[in-house]
Design a protein around this ligand. Sequence first.
Ligand SMILES: Cc1cc2nc3c(=O)[nH]c(=O)nc-3n(C[C@H](O)[C@H](O)[C@H](O)COP(=O)(O)OP(=O)(O)OC[C@H]3O[C@@H](n4cnc5c(N)ncnc54)[C@H](O)[C@@H]3O)c2cc1C
Length: 101
Amino acid sequence: MGRGTVFATGKIQMTSWKDQQVLIVGGGIGGLAAALALARQGIPSQVVDQAAEFKEIGAGIQLGPNVFWMFEKLGLIESISALAVFPNNLVMLARTIAARL
Ligand SMILES: Cc1cc2nc3c(=O)[nH]c(=O)nc-3n(C[C@H](O)[C@H](O)[C@H](O)COP(=O)(O)OP(=O)(O)OC[C@H]3O[C@@H](n4cnc5c(N)ncnc54)[C@H](O)[C@@H]3O)c2cc1C
């Protein structure tokens, strides 16, 4: 898709998305995934976040199977798999009756 930049002289110069500067506000999962997806297309972006630094929050994150479609598209399967723990089974307990579901 083309986009135009209008100069003070009134001249309009057509540019492509790749010439545009992309600013991503929020460097959480969505923001960083968007930045990586853009980078894979050769489109640079800047990510800004209200936090002073990017750091680990919490003990870990449980990932459902569907997210691996996105990891595949982003070329992250190998690096994520190297860090991930793959449980052999999963036991779900009902908090109210303290029993297995
Ligand atoms: C305790 C907890 C446990 C969770 N566990 C899991 C799990 O195991 N598995 C799972 O799939 N999901 C889990 N989730 C949900 C998951 O964390 C969210 O779905 C996911 O982080 C949402 O991503 P996001 O990019 O939309 O937002 P976030 O990851 O929250 O990112 C938003 C970012 O925007 C920044 N920001 C906000 N306002 C501004 C502003 N005005 N200017 C600049 N920056 C700003 C924030 O600092 C933050 O870095 C958990 C959530 C919580 C709270």
